[in-house]
Structure formats: structure tokens, C-alpha cells
Design a protein around this ligand. Structure first.
Ligand SMILES: C[S@@+](CC[C@H](N)C(=O)[O-])C[C@H]1O[C@@H](n2cnc3c(N)ncnc32)[C@H](O)[C@@H]1O
Length: 251
């Protein structure tokens, strides 16, 4: 038996999400458009371009954190984007971006998003007027509220417990109405990780087979693709990024 086998499995409630290191996380991941961001943006933009502008009444970003690019990508198709986030520091950052204007570093993300989807508003600030930060976590989500839902680096990056990972994905699927649409990104095979020199955050390594096992019984039109590991990011122990689209089966 290894030390890892005997170590206590850290569950979602065991981490202090209020203390998420927003500045360090942005510095490591989102101060410029990394190759993996470009890949996720291309994938998610194609998802949102399936819908005519403004035809999704209400959509969800589950575990939004301080990442603005999934929110801006939704702003062409969606009239209202609920950015659900349990962490106080991330929520405060999101609210500041909306009330005081987005930091300049997000403009290059928006330029790419808008080049791919001309239905996006002329400015990032205008796109963000559709975003409503909501304090809460996956457990509080009602069944079937949303036309579409997006989740980026959350279910696999917030618990070491495989059953809890599955439950988070299940909640994500059930957040949309029957026939509602899903788009997501997951770190591939990432173990628990650090941001900078901070504490270790719990994660659950998943591969495409693990995603298929969770999503195939719960969804239709499941598509999973992969981005190569991005060597311009810090070493998080991942092997790349997995991208997913699917739909909740119609009633
Ligand atoms: C690795 S970060 C990803 C943030 C962001 N989605 C991104 O693309 O960078 C994980 C996020 O999930 C949030 N989170 C943790 N537990 C959660 C839960 N039970 N329900 C919803 N979000 C949760 C954290 O607060 C954090 O913002």
C-alpha cells in the first residue's frame, strides 16, 4: 500500500474556497492567451455559435472563479449568464470586473472570442452586462433552470473523491432543462495541485474514459476531444485538457 492509498481523501468541503488565490491564479493562467486557452475558446465558441444571438434566455457558468473568458463566449447566444461561485475572493473579483470595468489583460481574450463570433457585443464591458455573479455552489442548483450550462476546470479540480466528482457532473447535467445543452473543459489526469507556493487544492485525475463513463449514461450527443498539454503553463501534473459537449436528454 502506498502513502497515497492511506492518505485521507480530501473532499470538496475540506478546502477553503473563500481563500482561492485569485491574483496568483490569474498570473499563472490568464494574464495572456495561452495555447490551451486558444483551444478552449475555439471549442466553446463553436458550441455557442450553434445558437442564434440572444436565443438562450438563461445560462449557467458553474464554478466561474475569476475566469472571464467562458462568460464572454456565452454573451452572444445568452441573454443572462449566472456565474455561480462559492468562493468569496473569486466572487469579489468578478463583481469588480463588472462594476469597475474588466482588466486590460482580458481584451486579447475578447478580441479572439469576437473574431470567432461576430454576434458578440462590440465591447467586452457590454458583453459582461449579461453576467450575474451568484454566490453559491453546485449543491444548491435547482433542477432544469438553464437552457445551457458551462463548466470549466471544476468537477475534477475541487475534490479527490471520485464519487463526489460524479455527483458534481450529475448536478451540472441536471442544471439544464431536458434538451438543454452542455459545454465543459476538464484538466486531464491532474492530481491535487498548488497555485504558486500556496496550499494543495484537491483534484481527481480523470481521462476521456472516465468522462465517458460519467456522461454517457446521463446525456445524448456526447462529444469529447482533447488539447495537448500546454507547456507554457506551470506544471500542474496534467496531461492536457479534455473538452466536452453534450445535451440533457429531452423529456
Ligand atoms: C480550478 S478553479 C476553476 C475556475 C474557473 N472556472 C476557470 O475556468 O478558471 C475551481 C473553481 O470551482 C469553485 N468551486 C469549488 N467547489 C465548488 C462547488 N462545490 N460548486 C461550484 N463551484 C465550486 C472554486 O471556488 C473555484 O472557483
Amino acid at each position: 500500500m502506498t502513502a497515497r492509498d492511506t492518505a485521507a481523501v480530501r473532499r470538496n468541503r475540506d478546502a477553503d474556497w473563500d481563500a482561492w488565490p485569485v491574483d496568483a491564479y490569474l498570473a499563472e493562467n490568464y494574464r495572456r492567451v495561452h495555447p490551451c486557452d486558444r483551444g478552449v475558446i475555439h471549442h466553446h465558441s463553436a458550441f455557442y455559435r450553434r445558437f442564434a444571438p440572444g436565443t438562450l434566455a438563461r445560462t449557467l457558468e458553474l464554478g466561474a472563479g475569476p475566469n472571464l473568458y467562458p462568460l464572454m463566449l456565452a454573451a452572444g447566444a445568452s441573454r443572462r449568464i449566472d456565474a455561480l461561485e462559492p468562493g468569496a475572493a473569486s466572487l469579489a473579483y468578478l463583481r469588480r470586473q463588472l462594476t469597475q470595468g474588466p482588466e486590460d489583460s482580458w481584451e486579447s481574450f475578447y478580441a479572439l472570442a469576437r473574431a470567432l463570433d461576430p454576434a458578440l457585443p462590440a465591447t467586452l464591458a457590454e458583453a459582461l452586462t449579461r453576467v450575474h455573479p451568484v454566490h453559491g455552489d453546485a449543491a444548491g442548483l435547482p433542477d432544469g433552470r438553464y437552457d445551457a450550462a458551462s463548466m470549466n476546470f471544476v468537477a475534477e479540480s475541487v475534490t479527490e473523491d471520485r464519487a463526489e466528482f460524479t455527483a458534481l457532473c450529475d448536478t451540472f447535467v441536471r442544471a439544464v432543462r431536458p434538451g438543454g445543452q452542455l459545454v465543459a473543459a476538464f484538466m486531464e489526469r491532474m492530481p491535487s495541485y498548488r497555485i504558486g507556493s500556496g496550499p494543495v487544492w484537491p483534484a481527481c485525475p480523470v481521462d476521456a474514459a472516465a468522462l465517458r463513463a460519467v456522461f454517457a449514461p446521463r446525456t445524448t450527443a456526447l462529444r469529447i476531444s482533447r488539447l495537448a498539454k500546454d507547456r507554457t503553463l506551470p506544471e500542474y501534473g496534467d496531461t492536457g485538457i479534455l473538452l466536452l459537449t453534450a445535451a440533457r436528454p429531452a423529456a
